[in-house]
Design a binder for this molecule. Sequence first.
Ligand SMILES: *Cc1c(COP(=O)(O)O)cnc(C)c1O
Length: 454
Amino acid sequence: MRAVFDAAVPYLDSLADRPVYAGSARVKELLSDLPSAGEGAAAVVERLLSVGTAAATHSAGPRFFHFVTGGVTPAALAADWTVSLLDQNAFSRAASEFAHAVETVALDWLRELFGLPASFGGALVGSATFANFTSLGAATHWWASRHGVDVAADGLAGLPRMPVFSGGYVHASARKALQMLGHGRDSVSVLGAGRVDLSSLDRALADSGPAVVVANAGEVNTGDFDPLAGIAEVVSRHDAWLHVDGAFGLFAALSPRTAGLVAGLERADSIACDGHKWLNVPYESGFAFLREPARLGAAFGMPGAPYLPGADSPRAGYGLLGPESSRRARCVPIWATLAAYGRSGYRAMVERHLDLAQELAGLVDAAPDLERLAEVPLCVVCFRVRPPGVPKAELDDLNRRVGEALLEDGRVFAGTTVWEGKVALRPAIVNWRTTSRDIELFVSVVRELAASVR
Ligand SMILES: *Cc1c(COP(=O)(O)O)cnc(C)c1O
């Protein structure tokens, strides 16, 4: 136990300067046949720490700009260790009154952080994929009930296909959630190349019967938003459920500078968000909020078993309000980080990231060999390498090589995407440790590698 603490301090201190990635060859030291006689905990933990702190991808550090990847605040890290120490099962109050109470306050605090009305209630889940799954599971239950079917009891058989509408920003994980729920990932009708087209949506909903609309608050390539208030207005004219995927974009609500991007959020029926992105708590952490939280119990309550508390029992709990039964007390790091830094600490962090994103956009705009491809409304900067004299037809290839070179080099991390037909980089800034120095290093490494792979 002491060994972990002793290794943690220098490791955490090293994150500011060490490369994001320096190879994982040493992981081989952990890959053997199952030992018949174990070596004992002390030797194993020592080996694990030695290999892990070397071979891991140091994404908790300040220069991992790939995907949308948060770090871990000190309070959240200490709390996460405490979760393992206490090893609670956050299934029910019977299993842990402690976890139940902390989860209740963590959900209340998150709801307040995002400015949602008190009627909203939620469930903590493992990720935004699971938050989309949970939300769309509740949506499915609502939709089937419009057809007179209790889908929790009877399933989808005999029902028509559930109409789902979204815009071009729909995230792969929303499709995956629909795939897992039995609707199929291709059940989404995409209305508009980027933001959802409101008049197409209005027409589609007029013809579809009861339907589900997936709006996107924070698109992964540029951080752009669907017009939530406009979508809510259209949805209110029809028989439809409005789901908002705000995996990281929900944090726009924390600053008056960006709160307008999520105006209308309170009119959603369900909302999905991640904890392990911008909240900077450890994996795995996500949450779903519903305007009518009782719908979670209807969709996810389990059939009774004589040894389990039923859904109406005072000893029931969050395990009956989401896809998991036995669950980690992932509420504890959420509680700890919000208790430690408060609303104003989180607002300050988000605003620091907004500033850093503008700073990065400015560096891109000033560089003769870089080209920004989109506005920067939030924390993602979409751009590509475009050295003077390189023919247009070669730019995609060049940018793919730069993306590969970045991951090989390891000083900073970012991945490529395709934006409006162009291969591009899309660094996302959501780690509390990131500073201007990291942004400057990122730009200089990209330019250096771009010159070297040409
Ligand atoms: C990251 C992300 C997801 C999926 O989140 P996971 O935590 O990886 O499951 C869903 N939607 C959006 C918009 C995202 O950015």
